[in-house]
Each structure stands twice: as structure tokens, then as C-alpha cells.
Design a protein around this ligand. Structure first.
Ligand code: ATP
Ligand code: MG
Length: 716
């Protein structure tokens, strides 16, 4: 107060300005979506530097994603021109802790060049430790242990901190010992996992008061975005750092807490005033992002949650359309409809950069990717791999490639021991040696080798068995549809068993991705057609400098905004997810509803919610029920449309009747039709022709595929 209003604060409203100018002491900004929390936090950072209250390097600013950190850095640079001394410590909790840990690695028993291992390495390491400890990995899967260790680390617990109950959670009371073993092993490898980044630094702060004091002195100001999603270890870390100066400003929205499955505790934001007595609380009510209908729909929806703090939100944004709810016949039609809408928006002058498709689960991206590739709409996937690049999809494709193409050594090498068959590097070496000596492809050479006595009996039997399986699959491929073949292979290879034994959350996602792959294959007649389609799809990465539509999960979209948002797959079992429904608890459904709130509030101008009446699950059509969240949207803000073209659309799948994909692309994007070349044309045609042929098959009239509800899938 008293300060002149500088440029970076000029656009701010009075409460925002208050949050910026109240520089000393704890500040809590608790407000709904799109009210300018992040904007105010950014201005605060600029203000602290511009008024010389602190050098940039004396400010710690925590964002939720790297993308958010990048945006904030750009915004601050814009406000400040050349930013005085150093840069602020600006990034995610993990990136900031990684930086701190490099400086003090020796205090955690590491060297400063330590490596950060990923989940795959982590699982591999745990498997070794489990088998060394004479535990049965089938009974006590590595992923289960990894999940537990993660959870403990999120709570700031070291092995010694576990209580009896936690210890019992793995292998009849061996949780603590295995956790300790894992930590020791990591140290000897000069490595740490993701969770260690926070935990090691917290341990250092706890054990070395001088180090903690150094940071407490250094950081004159601490700023934290998306505070509602901090977990216990992050909370403890922040509290230690802020204890001295107490100049901590946190912002968040309890309605947007969507990471409780990763240990986030919404209670952290609600008890801030207790932790920091005298905290200055700022509430923002004006939303600057969305039109009244979008805001009204989102606010009405979140009101169905019981555990929340009621907030008033209003906007001065003019007009705008109601939130559209569109019901379509099936998944392919959903993708087609969205892509038509995108082309319409483009014709009206919208930029692809301002368009997002928000999915609940990663596997949902596939149908959109396929359609966008065919229509030439550039897209990118944030916070995840493109569908065909995911590990389990690559594994499955590798099996199929070896079946289709026995000389495909690379594919064979990828899966000869995936799932684990106890074939080690030694066996692979011998196989390679024999392949070189005989000039045969790896698979064929290995079969020979298996029948000789050059391999240990067990390895010879295993590899021989696998290759004979491949022969059988190759034969099956002659008569089976590609999709059925894939299902057979996943079953017989033990891949499905491997996923079933794996009780982690990711395993469920992997299984979903694989059934989505089978679904994609339904559209192809031969394995060769499908594999060609895939290789072209994998090759057609959008160029960096072009505008792109963004496809992402709602989780990854937090804090971001787009002009036009498509929320897809709003059906019971998809969103809310089947898991949330099965768990049945209020808590998990309320978290799904908060996710829905986050999804709608990403939209600035238009929000379109899609739901399909039928989805293909495991090759069977099943009818689905619109999401309960649709019903909860206040009627006055919603425009319901149904464009079901009936059963006839089933076999038309991606393209409607008489619609020629080439004419379509040539007309809409001539440059792309040219650039993509003949291979791409062939791929589109293959898919199209297959569908046309199927439509023409006797007894395959569209009507005979009218969806029947499946009794073995419980919905609702
Ligand atoms: P979320 O809860 O989704 O993270 P948020 O509260 O952080 O949202 P911001 O992203 O900071 O909201 O702001 C939303 C939009 O409103 C942005 O486009 C921002 O530039 C704009 N905005 C923020 N404050 C103002 C203001 N005072 N005047 C005009 N526009 C503003
Ligand atoms: Mg924000």
C-alpha cells in the first residue's frame, strides 16, 4: 500500500493487487478457477524484484508443471526486461529439489553427478532385490512394492519411520526391510528415484540445521502455485523453508484438488491459517477466463460436491454460447464430429493452438490421433506419449511384427524376454553369435540354437518354446482377424498374466491401452495393412513450427486455458472412471467431479462435451450411459444436441457415406495432401476400403450391429 501502481500490476483488480502489495508475512489466496491467481502470483514475483525487495535469486517460486514454470519465467522476463542478478528458483517441487540435491549430494550419501532413475529402472531393481531376498515376485509384485515406497516417500517417511502397520503392508512384515534394501542399493549405484528428490532434501534439512538455515536466509520470499495439490513431504519441506521469514504466499483452489491419488492433501491449504497465524487471506471472485455459460455450468456442477468451501464466481465476459453437450453414436463418430468442429472453427478463423481435447484416460487419445492423422489436423499430446509410442503398445507391436516378418530382429530382441522368461544377456549374446555365424535372422538362428546343445537346457527349452509359439501364431494369422490374433498373442505369451499380476495403477492403464489397440485393429483386414498403418502414423509427427491442436489428460491441463475445449467420453465408466464407481466412496466420486470442474473451466470461449452411446470393448459393442456429470450441469447453461446417425454409421466408422477422405483433405489442406505423399494416401485408403468392404459383406448390414447392452459389464 502506498506504492505507485507499476505496469505489471496495472491490469490487476483490487484484491489481486492486495495480494501483490502485501509482500511481508504469510498470504493465502484461495479462489476459484480463472480468477487470476497465477497472474497475481506472477505479478507478485515481478513486484518483489522491481521494488528491490529481493534479487531474483532470493525468491523461490514453485509451480505445478514445467510448462507453468516456463510460462511464468517468460512473463516475468517480459515485466522486468533484463532481470537483475540471477534467476529466481522457479520450477516444480522436483526440479527445485533436484537442484538442491546436486549441491548437497554428499549429505545424502550420493555424489553430485547422481542419476535419477525412471519407473522402469526402479521396477527392474526392485525385482532383483525381491528375488535376492527369496520372495516370490508373483505373490509380492515389484510394482506393489514400488507403489508403497512411493507412498511412503510422499509422506516424508524413511524406512526407519515406518510403523508396524506400514511394515505389514508388504510380504508379511518385510516392507521396511525391503524399503531399506532398496535405498541402500540406490546409494551404491549413486542413484535416486523421483520420490527421493524431495525426501533426501527434507532429510538434509532435518539433519543439517546449517544447510536449512542457509536456504531460510537466502529465500526472502516463497511463492507457491496450486497449493491444494501439495502432498505431505512437499508441505513439510515448505514449512521448514518458510519458518524463519514467514514470507510465504500460496495460492490455490480446493475445488481443483485432483491429485489425492498421489498423496496430495487438500487439508494443507485449509490449514494454512493455522500453520501461519495472522496469514493475510485474499479471495478472488471475478473470473477473467470464461464466458458466463461456461462458468455457470462449471459452478453448478461443483456444487454437487459436499466437502468444499462455497465460492461465488462472476464474470464480465460478454455473451458466448451455452456449453454444448453432444451425444453421438459411437467412438469413431465422436472423433469425426470433433474433427469436423475443429475444421469449422478453423474456417471461422480460430487458431489450432487455442483448441484442446481433454480426455480422462490416456487410452482415449487413440481414436482422435487416427482421425487427425487422416484429416491432416496437426496435433500434439501433452504429458504422455503418443499412443503408438507407449511401451506396452510397442511390445505388442513387436510381437505382431515378428509374426508378420520373421526377419525383424529388432522387434524380436524387444520381446524375447518380455514378459520375463529368465533369458539373460548371455543367452542373447549366444543367439547373436549364432545368427552372425549362420547368416540367419535372429529368430531363426535362435530356433536352431535351441535344438542344439549349446545353450543350457532351461534356456534352450524356453527359447524353443517361444519360437514354436511364433510358428503357431503365424499359422493362426492366416485365418484370424488381426484383432483376435493380438488377443491370442497377449494371452499365450504371458503378457496379460504379467499385467494381471501387477497391482499398480499404471498396469490398469496399460491393459486399457492394449484393449484400445485391439479395437483399433478391428478396422483392418490383414496384419500387414495394420502394421503399415502404424508405421505411417508413427512417422507423421507434427512439425514444431506449425499450429497444433492439443490432446491431453485433464490432469495435465490444470492451470492452463484454451479458447475452445472439447471434453470427450463423458460416459459412466469412462468419466467418472470405472474405478471411481467401483470404489463407491464419496471421496473418489467427488475427486472425479473436481476433475470435471477443472476440465470445463479450461475453456475461454466454447466448451463442448461429448458422449457416445456405444463403445467397443474387447471387440464387442456395449451401450453406455451418459456421465452423471452431464445431468448435474444446470440446464440454463447447457445446449443438448444429439446427432446420432443411427446404426448405419458403425461400419462407416471414420468416414461418412460417400465421403472420400482424399477429396476431403485435398480440399481442406491441399498443402498437406501433397506433403504427406503416397504412403499416407495408401494408409488412409486401406482403412477406408476395409470398412467399405465390410459394409458390403452379406449379413453384415449395419443394422445387425445395433448395439446390445452387455450384461457382464456393470455400469452405474
Ligand atoms: P486456475 O485456477 O485455472 O489456475 P487462475 O486463477 O490461476 O486459474 P489465471 O490463469 O491467472 O487464473 O488467469 C486466468 C485468465 O485471466 C488469464 O488469461 C489471465 O491473463 C486473465 N486475467 C487475470 N487477471 C486479470 C485481470 N485483473 N484483468 C484481466 N484479465 C485477467
Ligand atoms: Mg492458475
Amino acid at each position: 500500500p502506498g506504492d505507485q501502481v507499476p505496469a505489471y500490476a496495472a491490469m490487476l483488480n483490487p484484491p489481486q493487487r492486495e495480494a501483490v502489495l502485501t509482500t511481508e508475512g504469510p498470504v493465502l489466496m484461495l479462489a476459484g478457477a480463472g480468477t487470476g491467481k497465477t497472474a497475481a502470483l506472477t505479478a507478485r514475483l515481478a513486484h518483489l524484484v522491481a521494488t528491490r525487495r529481493a534479487w531474483p535469486s532470493e525468491i523461490l517460486c514453485v509451480t505445478f508443471t514445467n510448462k507453468a514454470a516456463r510460462e511464468m519465467r517468460e512473463r516475468v522476463a517480459r515485466h522486468l526486461g533484463s532481470p537483475g542478478e540471477g534467476m529466481p528458483w522457479l520450477g516444480t517441487f522436483h526440479s527445485i529439489c533436484a537442484k538442491m540435491l546436486r549441491r548437497h549430494a554428499e549429505l545424502a550419501g550420493l555424489q553430485s553427478n547422481y542419476t535419477i532413475i525412471d519407473t522402469d529402472d526402479q521396477i527392474r531393481l526392485l525385482k532383483q532385490l525381491i528375488s535376492q531376498s527369496d520372495l516370490d515376485e508373483k505373490r509380492w509384485p515389484a510394482r506393489q512394492l514400488a507403489g508403497l515406497i512411493d507412498r511412503w516417500k510422499n509422506r516424508g517417511l524413511n524406512p526407519a519411520d515406518l510403523d508396524a502397520v506400514e511394515n505389514e503392508a508388504y510380504a508379511n512384515g518385510r516392507g521396511q526391510a525391503m524399503y531399506q534394501l532398496y535405498q541402500d542399493r540406490l546409494k551404491s549405484l549413486n542413484a535416486c528415484d523421483f520420490g527421493d528428490l524431495m525426501l533426501h532434501v527434507l532429510n538434509i534439512f532435518r539433519a543439517h540445521k546449517d544447510v536449512l538455515a542457509e536456504y531460510q536466509q537466502r529465500f526472502k520470499y516463497i511463492l507457491v502455485d496450486e497449493y491444494q495439490d501439495t502432498n505431505a513431504v512437499q508441505y513439510l519441506w515448505l514449512r521448514l523453508l518458510a519458518q524463519e521469514r514467514k514470507n510465504i504466499c500460496v495460492v490455490g483452489d480446493d475445488d481443483q484438488s485432483i491429485y489425492s491419488w498421489r498423496g496430495a492433501e487438500v487439508a494443507n491449504i485449509l490449514r494454512f491459517e493455522k500453520d501461519f497465524p495472522g496469514a493475510h487471506v485474499v479471495r478472488l471472485e471475478q473470473n477473467y477466463r470464461s464466458t458466463p455459460h461456461i462458468l455457470g455450468a462449471a459452478s453448478g456442477l461443483i456444487r454437487a460436491n459436499s466437502e468444499r468451501h462455497e465460492k461465488t464466481l462472476w464474470t464480465e465476459m460478454p455473451g458466448g454460447d451455452k456449453v454444448r453437450v453432444i451425444g453421438v453414436w459411437d467412438g469413431p463418430e465422436e472423433a469425426r464430429r470433433v474433427s469436423e468442429e475443429i475444421e469449422r472453427l478453423e474456417r471461422e478463423g480460430a487458431s489450432l493452438d487455442g483448441i484442446a481435447i481433454l480426455v480422462r484416460a490416456q487410452y482415449q487419445t487413440r481414436e482422435f490421433e487416427d482421425r487427425f492423422i487422416q484429416t491432416g489436423i496437426n496435433y500434439r499430446i501433452i504429458g504422455g506419449f503418443r499412443f503408438y509410442e507407449r511401451a506396452e503398445i510397442r511390445d505388442a507391436l513387436a510381437y505382431l511384427r515378428v509374426i508378420a516378418q520373421p526377419q525383424d530382429d529388432l522387434a524380436f530382441e524387444r520381446i524375447y524376454n518380455q514378459p520375463k522368461r529368465g533369458l539373460g544377456a548371455k543367452t542373447l549374446e549366444k543367439m547373436h553369435g549364432h545368427a552372425r555365424a549362420t547368416g540367419l535372422p535372429l529368430a531363426a538362428a535362435s530356433l536352431q540354437l535351441a535344438d542344439s546343445d549349446e545353450l543350457p537346457r532351461r534356456a534352450a527349452n524356453t527359447i524353443g518354446g517361444l519360437l514354436r509359439q511364433f510358428l503357431a501364431w503365424r499359422e493362426a494369422a492366416e485365418t484370424m482377424t488381426p484383432a483376435d490374433l493380438l488377443r491370442l498373442v497377449l494371452d499365450e505369451s504371458g503378457y496379460n498374466d504379467m499385467l494381471a499380476a501387477d497391482r499398480s495403477a499404471e498396469a490398469a492403464g496399460r491393459a486399457e491401452n492394449l484393449s484400445e489397440l485391439a479395437r483399433a485393429m478391428e478396422e483392418y483386414e490383414t496384419l500387414g495393412d495394420f502394421l503399415e498403418h502404424v508405421s505411417l502414423v508413427m512417422d507423421s509427427d507434427g512439425r514444431e513450427d506449425e499450429e497444433t491442436v492439443t490432446i491431453m489428460t485433464i490432469h495435465a491441463a490444470k492451470g492452463l486455458e484454451f479458447d475452445n475445449v472439447f471434453c470427450v467420453g463423458w460416459e459412466e465408466g469412462v468419466f467418472p472412471s470405472q474405478r471411481a464407481i467401483d470404489e463407491g466412496g464419496l471421496a473418489s466420486l467427488e475427486e472425479e467431479r473436481r476433475l470435471a470442474y477443472v476440465a470445463i473451466t479450461r475453456a475461454r470461449r466454447s466448451c463442448t462435451i461429448m458422449h457416445a452411446a456405444n463403445r467397443r470393448i474387447y471387440g464387442q459393442w456395449t451401450s453406455s450411459i451418459p456421465s452423471r456429470f452431464i445431468e448435474e450441469l444446470p440446464e440454463e447453461h447447457v445446449d443438448q444436441q444429439t446427432t446420432m446417425t443411427g446404426g448405419a454409421s458403425l461400419w462407416r466408422a471414420n468416414w461418412s457415406e460417400n465421403e472420400d477422405p482424399f477429396a476431403h483433405v485435398a480440399q481442406n489442406r491441399p498443402e498437406r495432401a501433397q506433403a504427406r505423399g503416397p504412403g499416407w494416401q495408401r494408409a488412409v485408403e486401406t482403412g477406408y476400403e476395409t470398412r467399405q468392404k465390410r459394409l458390403a459383406e452379406p449379413g453384415r448390414s449395419a443394422a445387425s450391429f445395433a448395439a446390445k447392452p452387455r450384461s457382464d459389464i456393470a455400469i452405474g
